[in-house]
Design a protein around this ligand. Structure first.
Ligand SMILES: NC(=O)c1ccc[n+]([C@@H]2O[C@H](COP(=O)([O-])OP(=O)(O)OC[C@H]3O[C@@H](n4cnc5c(N)ncnc54)[C@H](OP(=O)(O)O)[C@@H]3O)[C@@H](O)[C@H]2O)c1
Length: 322
């Protein structure tokens, strides 16, 4: 068997196939950006047009952007299903579909590093987040009827929230005694530092509520812009194509404060799990990378769209940093 160092190659040893695939990927990145990545207002005056036939065809697979609400409805439905499954199992010892699948195809390995309290609080916070987003989607936001997103965005969005709900408890599933003959409910049960868990739990709940409040405020500000802009002319520097320059709350320092609040929500959940829940760590990394890219494009869009009227001192997404 080859050792690790034998498997690693120096840059000079990298072969033609690797270079060829790097070069192809770099070329296709522009095409992917032009056809798939932009959504909503970023598609207006999008200067990155697909140059190849495949990218052009791919770019036509779009759906209305207000279908974003489906993500939260499906996420919330997953929460309700999980709750029913857990109640049926813990109260009546009756395994429904999910629990039966886990019993049949999984085991307790890798499901013992989170405590029952972390799982139940995490599940509750994620469900509150989804209830709020469903409420905002239907009763607060004023999405445009013409804005679109790519079909692949839709699939990722639907999968993301379902995965996050399952992620709140799957890595601590042995707490629910799903598998018989399991060795331990929770790996560190005996050595667990209860006071440390209490402190991180209180801190994570407070951070979650703080970020939730600000995200709600920012979404309300965006919705109010649309009410105002529909009353004013569509051609002024303040309102173009139904979009205006947001002001108030964290908008005074950030271009996309609602994205920053989203990141804080996933940070708070990771604090709750002591950064030990791998599904939520992936969720946090995904959210930071995805929303930072979109925030950068959003700032460019505002500057292009509103020129000097847009305050250039606003950070894209992270105060004082980016
Ligand atoms: N966790 C993740 O990976 C992830 C990914 C994406 C989004 N999200 C979250 O989902 C929420 C919505 O995201 P989004 O990308 O849809 O945000 P967005 O593009 O800023 O849109 C939010 C709403 O505000 C409207 N809007 C945006 N800018 C406006 C302006 N200048 N003037 C008037 N109305 C404006 C939009 O209208 P249109 O309908 O015309 O677009 C839409 O209805 C955010 O809080 C975000 O954090 C999370």
């Amino acid at each position: 068997m080859k050792t690790y160092s034998e498997c690693i190659r120096t840059p000079s040893q990298i072969q033609f196939p690797e270079l060829f695939s790097f070069s192809c990927s770099a070329q296709q990145l522009h095409e992917l950006q032009a056809s798939v990545l932009s959504y909503g207002k970023l598609n207006l005056h999008n200067q990155k047009k697909p140059r190849t036939l495949w990218a052009d065809q791919l770019s036509k697979l779009t759906l209305p952007k207000y279908y974003f609400c489906h993500f939260y409805v499906i996420g919330l439905a997953t929460s309700v299903i999980c709750l029913i499954e857990m109640l049926a199992w813990t109260q009546y010892n009756k395994p429904l579909l999910l629990i039966s699948l886990l019993q049949r195809f999984d085991n307790d390995v890798g499901s013992r590093h989170l405590s029952l309290r972390q799982c139940t609080v995490g599940f509750t916070l994620m469900t509150i987040h989804l209830i709020r987003r469903v409420y905002e989607s239907f009763l607060v936001e004023r999405p445009s009827k013409t804005a679109t997103m790519h079909f692949s965005h839709y699939l990722i969005g639907v999968g993301f929230y379902g995965a996050m709900v399952l992620g709140t408890w799957l890595e601590g599933a042995s707490n629910f005694e799903i598998w018989s003959h399991q060795s331990a409910r929770y790996d560190n049960e005996s050595q667990r530092d209860g006071s440390f868990e209490n402190i991180t739990m209180v801190f994570s709940i407070l951070l979650f509520l703080y970020a939730t409040y600000h995200q709600y405020r920012c979404h309300s500000i965006l919705a109010s812009l649309r009410q105002k802009s529909s009353a004013s002319t569509e051609t002024t520097a303040i309102s173009k194509n139904g979009y205006s320059i947001p002001k108030g709350d964290w908008f005074d320092i950030l271009v996309t404060p609602h994205y920053f609040a989203d990141i804080l929500i996933y940070v708070s959940l990771n604090i709750l799990y002591h950064f030990n829940n791998y599904i939520f760590l992936c969720g946090l990394i995904w959210t930071i990378v995805n929303l930072s890219i979109t925030a950068n494009e959003t700032k460019q869009w505002y500057v292009r769209h509103f020129q000097n009227a847009f305050p250039k001192d606003r950070y894209r997404i992270i105060p004082g940093c980016y």
